[in-house]
Design a protein around this ligand. Structure first.
Ligand SMILES: [Zn+2]
Length: 464
């Protein structure tokens, strides 16, 4: 049992170019090596953010780009996915609970040498490895030392969940000592993972059809991400906006029903799983995946491109609260943010931006959504910036009140302020969640919803 899990979660680090989430998996030591650290830190060429714009501290050294990977064929059995819950400071003890016994062990350990234990656990990184201590549950306090390398905590109870940070997480936990802190990762079956994704991605009042559409999109996205990171780093996705939201186990009946009713269903185009990016509201002007959320040319497929841009001129998210928005930001703040972003991303020209008198779309896609912005400084030549990077730069400050919801916006600079009016929320690629809900309310099913937002894709039941 354990080896099955280990193989899925960790032992496949040497396989970098597989095209299926279930390739041949070698038995090999699992600790990340230097080259994998670069992979962990890479934010390009394939950043993925289905819902909203992440704010990420860039790595100090430019990461080595990974070769773009082709899209995988649909897996024939349910994949397991590795989700990073958090990266916590090395000095912090990790407090865990489980409803029953757990097994603590390391890669390469025979099960006979594992520590089977019940009660509250505390895991700490110490020089040369880990210390795990037990308390509570009526048992006497005790402690075990483990060597360096990933440490696994496997629940043995039927529920199979581990409680951390006031939530129950299905699957097996592994902890990894990295350069940036301790990574907490759950290895979990796809179908157990998804309810906690869509319960967080959609509003509770939304229709079952929107939930089912979201389940299929999220499953497709996760399948591609799982394949993408196979052998490249010790997790496939994070629990958050950089990948997909995830709240762990949930009693949200709508979310659980939607996942159960669509079990194994993924979107497929030309025999490959669709990287089904999605976002909150497209504003009626969708974005292409390529150049917006990915630079991987294999993702430039009809299902996640705007085509002729005509598909969403009617309806979609026009009735949503984020169909249009306005924010006023001091120009000085915008200049500061653009400079900081430029300095962090190797844009020396932007890092030296000298005032700002005008911002306008320099180029638009077929749907009319900006793909590049032209910035006119108070002094010096105009600068060009990708439209999504403009949004990332403005929002990197993390100040929600002076952030912009999308790059599809118009900027008017006057009297020291920039008045920014825009459409939609998020990157605009793939399914528009507010549009999907509008279709659900109009009585359309998930097939119609997904047919609209991923044209050329079909729904395939990949596993049972
Ligand atoms: Zn829309």
């Amino acid at each position: 049992m354990r080896w099955t899990r280990v193989c899925i979660g960790w032992m496949s680090l040497l396989i970098a170019a597989c095209s299926s989430p279930e390739p041949v998996r070698p038995v090999a030591p699992a600790r990340p090596v230097a080259s994998e650290r670069a992979a962990v830190a890479q934010g390009s060429p394939e950043p993925s953010a289905p819902t909203e714009q992440p704010t990420v501290t860039p790595p100090s050294a430019p990461p080595k780009p990974l070769p773009p990977k082709p899209l995988p064929a649909p897996p024939t059995t349910e994949p397991r996915v590795a989700i990073r819950l958090a990266s916590v400071p090395r000095s912090q003890a990790i407090a865990l609970k489980s409803a029953g016994e757990v097994r603590v062990l390391q890669d390469g350990d025979p099960i006979s040498s594992a520590w089977t234990v019940e009660g509250d656990l505390s895991v700490r990184a110490v020089p040369g490895g880990w210390k795990v201590s037990r308390s509570g549950g009526g048992a006497a306090r005790s402690e075990r030392s483990f060597a360096s390398g990933p440490l696994w905590i496997e629940p043995l109870s039927k529920a199979g969940e581990i409680r951390w940070n006031d939530r129950d997480w299905p699957g097996e936990m592994s902890v990894h000592d990295t350069e940036d802190g301790i990574d907490l990762v759950m290895s979990v079956g796809m179908e157990s993972y998804l309810p906690g994704v869509i319960a967080k991605e959609l509003y509770p009042s939304w229709t079952p059809a929107a939930y089912r559409a979201q389940a299929i999109a999220a499953r497709s996205y996760a399948t591609v991400e799982s394949d993408r990171w196979e052998g490249r780093r010790h997790y496939d996705m994070v629990a958050g906006q950089l990948s997909q939201a995830w709240i762990g186990a949930t009693d949200n009946a709508k979310a659980n029903d939607a996942v159960r009713q669509t079990r194994g269903q993924v979107l497929v185009e030309s025999g490959s799983v669709v990287p089904a990016y999605y976002s909150s509201a497209c504003g009626g002007r969708p974005a292409n995946a390529l150049g917006t959320v990915t630079d991987n040319p294999h993702h430039d497929i009809a299902s996640v491109s705007t085509g002729d841009g005509a598909a969403r001129k009617e309806g979609c998210c026009g009735g949503s609260p984020v169909a249009s928005w306005k924010v006023v930001i001091p120009v000085s703040a915008i200049v500061t943010r653009l400079r900081a972003w430029g300095a962090a991303h190797g844009r020396a020209d932007l890092a030296k931006l000298d005032g700002l008198v005008r911002v306008e779309a320099a180029d638009r896609n077929a749907a009319g959504r900006p793909i590049a912005m032209r910035l006119r400084p108070a002094r010096g030549a105009d600068l060009l910036l990708e439209a999504e990077d403009f949004r990332r730069a403005i929002n990197a400050a993390g100040d929600g009140k002076s952030s912009i919801k999308s790059c599809d916006c118009d900027v008017v600079i006057k009297g020291g302020n920039a008045t920014i009016t825009g459409r939609g929320f998020g990157h605009g690629v793939g399914m528009c969640q507010h549009g999907a809900e509008a279709m659900g309310r109009a009585g359309r099913d998930e097939r119609a919803i997904l047919g609209r937002y991923y044209p050329k894709a079909s729904i395939v039941r990949a596993w049972r």
